[in-house]
Design a protein around this ligand. Structure first.
Ligand code: FES
Length: 151
């Protein structure tokens, strides 16, 4: 009887329900932070993921960009997208002129698309649709021997 009375008088620091609320809230906050970080890392690549920074001109092996495919590389500190089709090779800024997301090549539609707000561009960087206010910057690109020379 005496012992039961002592148990009832012990201070409760945190109730079970409050503890679970904190755990669930912390889990949701951690998940939201990780999701936001992953999305931002995808949209704004690091210098390392952009590849080497070039000087005046750079070259990449032709085999790195198969026909109807593309590759993003760094050129003068900025990401560019190199696209190879049956028509030749094209090098364009990979930065969407709308809000700066990285664009992607879609071989099926034969156009470049921005994943953020669906701006569309042709192989020369001209705007085909969407909110982009200007074309993609275009760089000189040509195939010489087994290399794609840019710049
Ligand atoms: S950032 Fe590319 S369409 Fe908006």
């Amino acid at each position: 009887m005496e012992e039961q009375k002592k148990k009832d008088e012990l201070p409760v620091l945190m109730g079970r329900r409050t503890f679970l609320d904190y755990c669930i809230g912390g889990g949701i906050a951690a998940w939201a932070s990780l999701t936001a970080y992953t999305a931002l890392a995808f949209l704004w690549p690091t210098k390392q993921s952009m590849g080497e920074e070039g000087g005046e001109g750079i070259a990449i092996a032709l085999s790195e960009v198969p026909v109807d495919d593309s590759k993003k590389i760094g050129y003068k500190g900025k990401p560019i997208i190199v696209i190879r089709t049956a028509e030749g090779v094209f090098a364009l800024s990979a930065i969407c002129p709308h809000l700066g997301c990285l664009v992607n090549w879609h071989a099926g539609e034969k156009q470049i698309e921005c994943p953020c707000h669906a701006a569309k561009f042709d192989l020369r960087g001209n705007v085909l649709g969407g909110p982009a206010p200007a074309p993609l910057l275009s760089y000189k690109a040509e195939i010489i021997n087994d290399q794609i020379k840019i710049g």
